[in-house]
Design a protein around this ligand. Structure first.
Ligand code: SF4
Length: 199
């Protein structure tokens, strides 16, 4: 897979790299610490910051964190939502299904992936909040999404999730409530993909 660069940002170009025309730079902001730091790191490149709407199922403190991150980065976060479902419960009701033991959950597909597919363009470059502790997951994501141009500024900078939490705290921003409550990720309250209490 070829590798390109936008102003020093390493980009894993898609298999269809002829489509890469310095299109939009899109940071997928999840209200997590890592995607907030990724957004800060590329804020000077005028990215689009986009949030897939799972707000009804998240801790209410996320609205505060999102506003703090917008002020910190100077980038307004755009929200995109499912046209069919408002929250994870409506997805469960529709499919009569929550998640399987291998970690597949319709709620991610319907509330996050489907809206993203509707938003993204072939020549976008995408940034997700993957850190150095998630290299296996990152490689799997690259393989599964061979048609996407992907940049990993946190990994490029050698940053772990702990580094991201420190970067947020050092900026004088209170970390999201879910981390303060001991969870590893700032997911929906009671994420159905959880395989441990900390997740
Ligand atoms: S964070 Fe968990 S519960 Fe929420 S949409 Fe994703 S898989 Fe579903």
């Amino acid at each position: 897979m070829p590798v390109g660069s936008i102003a020093g940002l390493g980009v894993r170009l898609s298999a269809q790299d002829s489509l890469f025309k310095d299109g939009r730079l899109v940071v997928w902001f999840s209200c997590g610490a890592a995607s907030a730091c990724a957004l800060k790191m590329v804020a000077h490149m005028n990215p689009l910051a986009v949030y897939c709407n799972t707000a009804r199922n998240e801790h209410p403190d996320n609205a505060r964190f999102r506003a703090d991150v917008e002020a910190w980065t100077g980038i307004r976060v755009e929200t995109i939502s499912s046209e069919k479902f408002q929250d994870i419960e409506s997805v469960f009701e529709h499919f009569q299904y929550m998640s399987n033991p291998r970690g597949y959950a319709h709620c991610t597909t319907e509330l996050k992936k489907v809206p993203r597919f509707g938003f993204q363009r072939a020549d976008d470059t995408h940034i997700f909040g993957f850190t150095t502790d998630e290299m296996k997951r990152l490689r799997r994501f690259e393989e599964d999404n061979f048609d996407m141009n992907l940049a990993w500024p946190l990994v490029q900078a050698g940053m772990s999730k702990a580094d991201c939490l420190k970067m947020i705290a050092d900026a004088g921003i209170e970390i999201p409530a879910m981390y303060r409550l001991g969870f590893e990720n700032n997911n929906c309250l009671g994420c159905v993909k959880a395989t441990s209490p900390h997740y």
